[in-house]
Write a protein of this length. Structure first.
Length: 170
């Protein structure tokens, strides 16, 4: 799948979820991510680099070119969740586990909107049982905010953590 085809398909499904990330001009690269490069022992499907130059945030999303087609949108939704959290400038910063859980929640909402097949169902079942920040965080986020479509899930998250000035770093 080409990046253009994948992004076009992602946009179509995203519009049906009600999630709004408010990101324009974001760089999304398909790259050969390797866990050894980053000192991690788990598989890397995506990552987001964010920096603040004193005037504005710059985000770059990298998605492994080895991500299966059926997961591309979920990985992109997860990474856009990190961008959304950074741009939201919450009064109370989510913990690492809460941030990963919120991003996993966005990924699951995207998967629900994209339609289920047996492969997707197996992946979700395995992901929610994980005992790391992703699994524990997802169970916390799903319990706190629910797994439903619509912008209300993002409004509920913003209400929970409180929003502050979006232009100032923490």
């Amino acid at each position: 799948m080409s990046a253009g085809t994948a992004l076009s398909s992602f946009r179509e499904t995203l519009s049906s979820t009600g999630l709004r990330f408010g990101v324009k001009g974001l760089a999304v690269d398909l790259v050969p991510l390797s866990r050894q490069e980053h000192g991690l022992s788990d598989i890397i499907m995506g990552m987001t680099d964010s920096s603040f130059d004193g005037a504005r945030w710059d985000h770059r999303v990298k998605i492994s070119k080895y991500v299966p087609n059926f997961l591309f949108g979920a990985v992109l939704a997860h990474e856009l969740g990190h961008v959304w959290i950074a741009n939201s400038r919450f009064e109370i910063a989510p913990t690492h586990e809460q941030s990963e859980g919120i991003c996993e929640l966005f990924a699951h909402i995207w998967l629900l909107a994209s339609g289920f097949d047996a492969q997707t169902e197996r992946w979700i079942a395995r992901a929610v049982k994980r005992s790391d920040a992703y699994g524990n965080g997802y169970r916390w986020a799903a319990s706190a905010f629910g797994v439903h479509r619509g912008p209300s899930v993002q409004a509920d998250i913003t209400d929970h953590f409180g929003a502050k000035d979006r232009n100032n770093p923490r």
